[in-house]
Every structure is written in structure tokens, then in C-alpha cells.
Design a protein around this ligand. Structure first.
Ligand code: SF4
Length: 376
């Protein structure tokens, strides 16, 4: 059967469903794809690799098996459960959404694509995933993997923009109209993740090779074109590392703006002069430092961390607290702070793909090492 898009939809649909039956990835949220499980997994997967999400997903649903359990949680408990996944706003939005489900829908997650989007934190993408994967509604899911597969399938030779994604939605929907939307959408995600990969797609293993326009034209390595990215503002930040005994001073950021509510090393932003840490009551050693960069959507931080002494206070922080280093695994740390602690060898990153929190340790005192003498 042919369609306005010029694609043999039914044939492609059947081929992909057959491929999926043989090649699907076995992921914990697929074992029991309730709407709650699909919702949590999709939010976790938005900015985090599948390998890393696996461990967090099991722990999270054990803690919060229902929207009711999450709606009733206090924020600190929620953030501790999310610690390590980063992008904490996702966790806060998930809780807001759970509260809405209780208030507006009696605790039952709706199945309809439009109704789902009235819930805070659920945009068109997550609504499509819940509606199709948990309820088999005929809505296409257009994530990064699917954009890549469709762009190649149709050899769309234009920059990636939100407008292009919007145009791909009816194409994805047209496939789902042939039924089994749950399997079809997950198959598309798996095809993009395992076969139609960003680099070196494995076209020889692809069930759509015979109909793929990019493959026919030899464009599979070139398409899709990169995303058009906004210019980022460059910001300098200085931070103080104050260790007392086996604890470290951290400060909690305000509940609004960048990295809201997360903990970090006491810092001054828009500044590259370590002497300014005096504003927070800290005296630092400018001879020793560790530097990291951290990229946000609209800005890029260059953060320099200095060993310091003093009791931090003031700044825009909600609270300053001495955290035992052995308890830092539970601390909702911002991404830049975690990177800085890794640079100072207080945090030890997990092995790639291990999906675990970093470990934390007291800095090792090297004999005669002048920088370590600063830690007292
Ligand atoms: S043939 Fe190659 S480029 Fe085309 S969809 Fe399959 S893996 Fe992707």
C-alpha cells in the first residue's frame, strides 16, 4: 500500500515488527510496561544513557511504586533517589506530574495523547511514549533515534530543527496506523539505538535497507545533518574546597534558576579571581587549583576550584553544611560540583556504563605534597 509520503508503509511496518521480535533489547521497564513505568523510564532516558538508567529505574520504582508514593515524598528524599542521574528538574517535574494525576485523574494515568499533555512535565514526546507503549494508542514517538531513522529512510537533506521534528510526527503516526503501536515505536527506538546508529550505521543488518533512500544514495553516514545550536555564554566561576576532618563544606543553591536546590562547593559566579572567595568567608591558596568546564544549554562554565580554609557563609545560598565525605553519595550534587570533586580526586567516577554513583574518598595525603598540607 502506498501513501502520500510515498512509502510502502504496511510492508515496512511488518518488516520492522518481525525484526523487533528477534532483536529487541531486554530492558527492565519493558518487563511490565505500566503507564507509570513507561513515564519514569522515558523521563530518565531523556538526558541519560540506557546503560546508566537501568540501575536507577529499579531503585526508583522500588521507592516510588505508584504516583501516590511519589506525590507524597519530600523533596530531599526525591532528590536523593535521583542523585547521580543529574538534570534534577526532571525529578521535580515528575513529582508535580504525579500530584496532578492524583488531583485531576484520581491516581489513574490517562491514556489519551492530548490529555496526557495537560500533566506538568509531560510534553508531546513523553505523551506519545506513554499513550502508545503503555496503551497501544496509534501515536508515533519521535525521539532522537527515530528522527535519525526517518531522516535517513526519506533522505531528508536539511538541518535538524524543531520544525523538521514536527513534520516527522505525521510520518511516524502513519506507520502506527497499521497497529501494534507499542511494538512499532519501541522497534524504531531499538533500530536507531542498535542498527541505524549515529556513526557507521549497520545497513547490512537493517530490515529497511531495500527501501532506505539514504542507503540507496550513499548518504547514510552524512544524514541527518547536525542540529543548529545556539551560541553559549561563557562564564567563569571560582569555588572553595574546605575540608574539616572527614567532612567537606557544601552549599545549597536557591530553589530557582540554574541548578536549583542542588548542592555545590561554595562558589562565586562571573568571577575568575580566587581572592573574591573572601566574600563567602574563605581564604584560599591561589597556588593550587583544579579546573573543569561544564556545558549547559545556554552557557558554559569554566570553574576553578581552590583549596581553602574558613567557615563559608552568605552568598545566594539557602544553607551551608558540613557533609561527611562518606555520605556524599546521597547528596544531590550539581554536575559542575561533581566534576570539580572528580578533578580534586575526592570523587572517583564509576566505570563507563556501570550505571552507578561515583564513590567518594578523602584526598590522599602524599608525603611532602604541599597542596595536601592545605587540607589540615
Ligand atoms: S538502511 Fe542504513 S541508513 Fe537506512 S534505515 Fe537502515 S540502518 Fe539506517
Amino acid at each position: 500500500m502506498h501513501h502520500a509520503f510515498g512509502m510502502p508503509f504496511q510492508k515496512l511496518h511488518t518488516k520492522l515488527i518481525e525484526w523487533y521480535a528477534q532483536n529487541r533489547r531486554h530492558l527492565p521497564w519493558r518487563e511490565d510496561p505500566t503507564p507509570w513505568h513507561v513515564w519514569i523510564s522515558e523521563i530518565m532516558l531523556q538526558q541519560t544513557r540506557v546503560d546508566s538508567v537501568i540501575g536507577y529505574f529499579a531503585r526508583f520504582i522500588e521507592h516510588f511504586p505508584t504516583p501516590e508514593a511519589l506525590a507524597a515524598a519530600d523533596e530531599q528524599e526525591l532528590l536523593e533517589c535521583w542523585a547521580g542521574l543529574g538534570y534534577y528538574q526532571r525529578a521535580r517535574n515528575l513529582q508535580k506530574g504525579a500530584k496532578r494525576v492524583i488531583e485531576a485523574f484520581g491516581g489513574k494515568i490517562p491514556s489519551d495523547f492530548e490529555t496526557l499533555q495537560t500533566i506538568p512535565g509531560i510534553g508531546p514526546y513523553t505523551a506519545a511514549a506513554i499513550s502508545s507503549i503503555a496503551f497501544d494508542q496509534p501515536v508515533g514517538v519521535v525521539d532522537g533515534n527515530v528522527v535519525r531513522v526517518l531522516t535517513r529512510l526519506k533522505a531528508i537533506d536539511e538541518p535538524q530543527t524543531p520544525a523538521l521534528n514536527a513534520r516527522l510526527q505525521p510520518l511516524a503516526n502513519a506507520f502506527c496506523a497499521f497497529g501494534q503501536a507499542s511494538a512499532f515505536n519501541q522497534a524504531m527506538m531499538d533500530l536507531g539505538a542498535t542498527v541505524c546508529t549515529p556513526k557507521s550505521p549497520k545497513c547490512d543488518q537493517c530490515p529497511w535497507k531495500a527501501d532506505c533512500e539514504a542507503f540507496a544514495q550513499g548518504l547514510q553516514e552524512i544524514l541527518p545533518h547536525p542540529k543548529v545550536r545556539p551560541e553559549r555564554q561563557k562564564v567563569f566561576v571560582v569555588s572553595g574546597l574546605v575540608i574539616e576532618g572527614e567532612s567537606i563544606w557544601l552549599a545549597q543553591r536557591p530553589h530557582h534558576g540554574l541548578l536549583q536546590g542542588l548542592w555545590e562547593l561554595p562558589s562565586i559566579e562571573n568571577c575568575n579571581d580566587p581572592a573574591q572567595l573572601e566574600q563567602l568567608g574563605l581564604t584560599c591558596n591561589p597556588q593550587v587549583s583544579w579546573q573543569i568546564t561544564h556545558v549547559f544549554t545556554h552557557r558554559e562554565w569554566t570553574l576553578t576550584l581552590y583549596p581553602a580554609t574558613g567557615k563559608p557563609h552568605g552568598g545566594h545560598y539557602l544553607e551551608h553544611r558540613l557533609w561527611p565525605i562518606c555520605e556524599l553519595e546521597r547528596c544531590p550534587l550539581g554536575g559542575p560540583a561533581l566534576k570539580a570533586l572528580i578533578a580534586a580526586q575526592i570523587a572517583v567516577p564509576p566505570r563507563r556504563g556501570a550505571g552507578k554513583q561515583p564513590a567518594f574518598q578523602l584526598p590522599q595525603k602524599a608525603a611532602g605534597d604541599p597542596q595536601m598540607s592545605l587540607f589540615g
